[in-house]
Design a protein around this ligand. Sequence first.
Ligand code: CA
Length: 361
Amino acid sequence: MRRREFAKFAAVGAIGAVAAPAVARAQTTFNWKMTSFYGPNAAFYSTGPGSAKDLISRIEAMSNGRLKIQFYGAGELIPAAEGFDAVSSGTVEMNYANSYFWTGKSFAAQYFTAVPFGLNFQGFNGWYYDGGGAQLWREVYDRFNLVPILCGNTGVQMTGWFRKEIKTVDDFKGVKMRIPGLAGRVYRELGVDARLIAPGEIFPNLERGVIDAAEFVGPFLDRQLGLHKVAKYYYTTGWHEMATASELIVNKAAWNKLPNDLKAIVENACAACNVISEAWCQKNNAEAMEDLVKNQGIIAQPLPDDVVKALRVATDRILAEAVAKDPVTKKVHTSYMAYKAKYDAWADLSEAVYHNKIRRA
Ligand code: CA
């Protein structure tokens, strides 16, 4: 017994001696900067469970302070839209945003945030973690010297706020709406005057009648902007963003300098924040929607079926054009849609049965 313990001790000592340089390297402290597309105190994105600041404190705690990250909200170090280039060039090591802000760099970036009529939270996680999504995202961003990691999700977003009721597709004609990105292009095909407006400017524009409709996120964050005070019709489940993923990008050279344990800590903190942020949204949206319907007099309803169908047709046409133009988009689209076909068939026999039958029994 004693001899065995001595042998064990000797072995540990030997390993310790051999491993000394690795230990020294592992104890290097890294001081990084993280910028963000969102303001320094933006709920969900910058503060609260699963946000950028929560992600940073988890990384610092798990690494015992070996990876320290200074956070800068939009405008504090660089403007919101410059995060991609700043990390790509190495000016900062990390940026927090959504990949669909970077479709000007590669249209394929759209698929790593949300695609209209695309996957929900569960489906997107399946594609990202197990269906090749994470590898494709890294492949798409590699030529920009970026390592992307999924780090959050709003869950299902809402179609948005309208001053007037939408009964048919014709009611979209001439409507001035705050709606960014690909969804904006789809609405434009149906006669909407789609506009890009920063979150802080949505309420004053809707209040003054500069716009007639607006999309932001979901009940909790929309109520925080006050949108329910100036538009009565709240169209529910967002055809355009079934689940909206948050993105952490890391400069590739900086990433490659991290020891494996710190890489694992960053990846696992991101996975934790992905789940925790979405859970926060579910809880807060449930409470906010109840308040909006019961106490604030808003009318929450889905878009009529033929309107949804028209949006679907326009979406499919725009995606087909993008796929035909760009081989990278084609590769990502093919992977995403193949996964979605399998997920949808499974969801029809599982989640859909839960929502339509089991929980109503
Ligand atoms: Ca949105």
